[in-house]
Ligand binder design. Sequence first.
Ligand code: MN
Length: 281
Amino acid sequence: MNTRKAQQVITGQATTDGAGVDLVRVIGQPALMDLDPFLLLDAFRSDDPDDYIAGFPPHPHRGFETVTYLLNGRMRHQDNAGNEGVIEPGGIQWMTAGSGIVHSEMPEQQDGLLEGFQLWINLPGAHKMDRPAYQEYDATSIPTESREGTAVKVISGKTSQGTAGPVNQPLTDPVYLDVTLQADTEFTENLVADHNAFIYVINGEVALEDVEGGQLTLARDQLAVLGKGDTVTLRGGDQESRFLLVAGKPLNEPVARGGPFVMNTEAEVRQAFIDYQSGNF
Ligand code: MN
């Protein structure tokens, strides 16, 4: 067994996106532009409606997937194919933008706490122009695996104890776990050895081995890029802690970004703008 060690620690960067939503960009900023196949991770958490009420009015995507996981609050989603729905607390929306979608993502609340994440996962070039698709699950459809002192919500992937999440994406084989550790509890999980992986701490503190063989403690809102290996072991602090553990198969393809479009080449990004502006999405 080869244990994964923390390779790099990232503290998110405060920024604004959409029509003026305050969020923290963790992946997709200078300190960590991407972690193949993950292109972006935004975290949002505010009980001040001024931080989120403007939402994300209609905008396009092409070439990748957007994964929205809400912990608190409600978000309404609408797209140009007539799909519409509300993501509720504990719900996941896994949207494969594929060849193109125009959608809006707006808070379905005037006040109260809005908290969650949006992760962008790349698609291989051969599938960037696939038809758009959704995998949407509410909190009751996401299994929770109970271990001693640990609760693991399995959104995607299959744990070593056999709990499988509802979302399937064979192109990148993602694991997406939301793990709560009681105080002084240890959590070990297997991962495919050569997939890229990270943890992101939502609450409390989580410790793991670093590349020098020491112990590194991650605080709330910090991300650790995990080195390669087939297992990861994480230890909770003296309070309850909660974190995301995410892994996926690297695509090892060129990445050309153009705002809401992520393709393999600049020419493909230009074509995406042309197709969007000419109403061909
Ligand atoms: Mn979007």
